[in-house]
Structure formats: structure tokens, C-alpha cells
Design a protein around this ligand. Sequence first.
Ligand code: LCV
Length: 276
Amino acid sequence: MTSNERFQLVDVKIEDRICFITMNNPEKLNCLSDAMCRDMVEALHYGYSEQCVAIVIRANCRKGVWSAGHDIHELPQDGSDPLAYDVPMERMLHRVQEVAIPVIACVDGSVWGGACDLCLSCDMIVASENATFAITPAKIGIPYNASGIMHFVNQLGLNKAREMFFLATPIEARDALNVGLINRVTTADKLESELESHFLAPLRRNSVMSVSAIKRQFRILSKASSVIPSEGFERINAYRTRVYKGADYIEGINAFLEKRAPNFKGKASDLDTNPF
Ligand code: LCV
């Protein structure tokens, strides 16, 4: 079976020891649907098992959108956690972080929600100057999750991470470069040559065993953070549960699908009372 026959929503090709994964569901703005996330996980396994030295994630954009993030139609409305550790999108993000060769996001469009976390899960990002990045749970009434928030804090610093989460508005590629969200910005016509010359050529020359050992160390060390008492995690879980079981979450989803502005009624003080 050729590499592509096994995938529905991504195109996968291996060229000169690099695995190129292209999200190819432009009709759905490359939404990170369960099916897309499962294809991505499979494609990451394939790239690693074929002894590639790196994986590149691209997208076949439509309407200038690289990926519109989680498929909002698939957000659960049964009171279950939309971003639990083992949901397909989260599993895909973990796999990008864990696959033991560098993963590079090559972005030439707008990136939304979980797709922004996908880019941050990659080891490096090269983007064209028209690319934008937005993390948007606040627009939909979603509480996000601790590992995702720490992703942004560790990569961008507290100040920019708060701005992106609280405002839920896109930041431009130049701004993203300045805060360390992305590694390189280039004009759209030079994106591929920049990817090749700055990233892929050195990765082909370097010892993939050494690079892999270093990535594995990065992964372990990045989890070394100040210990949070278990009570802290219980409180995080309580806040998150109250939000995704609350009215704003359902209102945010319905407003998006009905193409109207959401009418959120939740109050910050709703989180003050002890939920137990
Ligand atoms: C399903 C969609 C989507 C979509 N899902 O075109 O980070 S978290 O926690 O929030 C996480 C849970 C997450 O990732 O949530 C999703 C975050 N994504 C977003 O906030 C982006 C939502 N989409 C938009 O803001 C707009 O669609 C953009 C700016 C991407 C494109 O706007 P534009 O006006 O060019 P439309 O909005 O008309 O979208 C075209 C079609 O794609 C659907 C949308 O409902 C519409 O469907 P119909 O043609 O059937 O009306 N669509 C867009 N995004 N994430 N469906």
C-alpha cells in the first residue's frame, strides 16, 4: 500500500529523508477533526518508522486558512471534557511532541485554536509574512487545559501568553517572530526555499541519532517545572469543569454554528464558589 493510500485527509510523501505531511481538507479549512488528527498521528508514525531525519507539517490552504483548529461541530455537548488528555486532538499534539525526530511547521495562512497549539507542539516553525496565529478558547467559552496553557507560557512568556488567551485575536507573523512563537518569517514566494536551506539541509547533514537524543532530552527537561501541589491540580480541574459544563460553552458553540455573536452570561465570580 503506498504511503498515501492509507490516509484520507493528509498527503504524505518522503523525499530525501524528510517526511512531508500536508493537511489536505481545504473544504473544511483543515479543521483538526478526529479523522484529521488520527491521520496525522498515523503519518507521524510513518515518517519516523521510515528512518526520516525530520517531519514537515504543511497545509493545503483555502480562504487563506492553514487550519481552523478543532472541528467545532465535534466539540462534545454532553458535559464531557472537550480537551481531555486522550481526545484525538490532544493525542495528536502529544505525538508531535514525542516523535523522536524534529517536526517543523511550515505555515502560509491563518492558524486558529488547537492548530496554534499544534504549531507550538512542533520543534520549529517557519512562516510566511501573511501567516497569523490565534488561540481562541475564550471566543467559544472553552477553559483550555493546563498542559496547553503551559505550552504557551513556556514558549512565549507569561505576558504574551495571557494576551493571546484573553484577547483570542490573531497575532501577525512578525509579532510572533518577536516573541519567539516562530523561528523564521519570509515572503510567501521564498517559504519553501527558506524551509529547505535554513532547516532541512542542516538536518540532513547532522547526526540524526544525536538530534534525536537531544530532542528526547528537551522533552524530559521541558516537563521539569516547579512542583504544583495536588490541590493545585484539583482546583484547575474544578475551574475547567465548571466552564465546560457551563452555559457559556454551549452558547459559544451554538453562536459559532448559527453565525451570530455569542451572548455569554457566565461571570468570573461563578468560579469563586467552592464547586464541591
Ligand atoms: C468547524 C468550521 C471551523 C471550525 N470548526 O470562513 O483552541 S480551542 O480551545 O478553542 C479549540 C477547541 C479549538 O481549536 O476550537 C476551534 C478554534 N477555531 C476558531 O476559533 C476558528 C473558527 N473559524 C473562524 O473564525 C472562521 O471560520 C475563519 C476565520 C477560520 C474563516 O472565516 P471565513 O469567513 O473565511 P467561514 O467562517 O465562513 O468558514 C467557512 C466554513 O468553515 C466552517 C464554518 O462554519 C463555515 O461552514 P459553512 O460553509 O458550512 O457555513 N468552519 C470554520 N472554522 N473550527 N467548522
